[in-house]
Design a protein around this ligand. Sequence first.
Ligand code: ADP
Ligand code: MG
Length: 338
Amino acid sequence: MRELNKLSEEIAHILAAGEVVERPASCVKEVIENSIDAGASFIDIKLEKGGIKKIEVYDNGKGIHPEDIKYVFERHTTSKIKTVDDIFKIKTMGFRGEALCAISSVSKVTLISRHYQQDQGYMVKVEGGKVNSKTVYPFEKGTKIIIEDLFFNTPARLKFLKSPSVEQKYCAEVAEKIAICYPEISFRMQVDNKRQLFTPGDGKVESAVASVFGTDILKSLIDFHQEEPGLKVWGYFANPVLSKSTRSGYYFYVNRRFIRSKLLSSCIDEVFKNSILTGRFPIIFLFIEIDPSDIDVNVHPTKLEIKFKDERFVYNTVYKAISKVLQSEKIIPKPDLN
Ligand code: ADP
Ligand code: MG
C-alpha cells in the first residue's frame, strides 16, 4: 500500500506557522512591524495574560483596502514586494506575506481597518486560518488587530509557553526594542490595563531610550558616529559604570531592524575590552545604515539575523566609530541634561 500523503492546506499552514509564531512576542513583533509599514505615527498595544489570551494592536496608519482585507490572511500575499529583484532592496519591515497567515492559523483573529481613501471601515474574523465574515464596521482611521487564544488549536505549542508574566516580559522587550529605533512613532503598551511603556514620538532616540530605561540613563549617554562610503554607523553607549553582567544591553539595529549578531557582539566586546571590567558588558544602542543591496535579510524567517556582504568592513567601521570616542573622551558622566 502506498504511504505518501499530501498534507492538507490547514496542516501545512500550522507547520509553517511554527517558523514565524513561537510565542505571543512573535505576534507582537509582526503586528507592530505591519503598523510601521503602514506609516503609523501612533501604535497602541494591549495585552491580556502575557498576550496568551489576547493581543490587541491599534495603529493610525493607512489602513487596508476593503478589497484586500479578506486576502491578507492568505500565504504569500503582500503589498510590499512584486519581483525577485525587490527582495534585494527591501525598505519595509515585512515582505514575506507570511505573518498574518501564520498568526491566524493558530489563533482567533479579528481585523478592523479603514483604508485612508475609504469612507467606512470593515471587520473580518478569522479562526484557525478560515475567514468567517466581512462586515462594515464604524472605524475612524487605521487598523486594529485582535489576536485571541493563541495556539488554541495546537495544544502541544501552548504547553511550550512560559508563565504569563514571562511571556509578557518577552512582549515588552520586543515593543521596547522597536520603539527605540522608531522614535518618531509614539508607542503605548498596556498590560492587563496597566501602562507598561509610553514613548512620546518626538523623533529623538534619547527620549525613547529614557522611556524604556528611565531618565537617569540620559546623563550617561555618550554618542558616536562614523561614515564611510555606503555605510553609516552611529549611536550611543552608556558610561561603562552602568555596565551589565550579560550582553542584554546590546541593542543592534541595521536599517532600522533590530538584529542579533555575533559579529557585532564580538566587535563591541573587543572595543570595550580595556574600558570595562572583565565579565561586564556595556549598554549600547548601535545603528547601522547600509545600502540594502549590501545585506541579505532573507536568511532567517523572523529576520532576526542578517548577513553582511562585507563583514570586515562593517566590523572595522563600528570599531573605529566607538574606539575614537573611548580614546578621546574621559569616561565620566556627562553633566545633567535636564
Ligand atoms: P508582510 O508584512 O510580509 O507583507 P503580513 O502577513 O504581515 O505580510 O501582512 C500581509 C499584508 O497585509 C501586508 O503586506 C499589508 O498589505 C497588509 N497589512 C497588514 N497589517 C496592516 C496594517 N496594520 N496596516 C495596513 N496594512 C496592513
Ligand atoms: Mg508583516
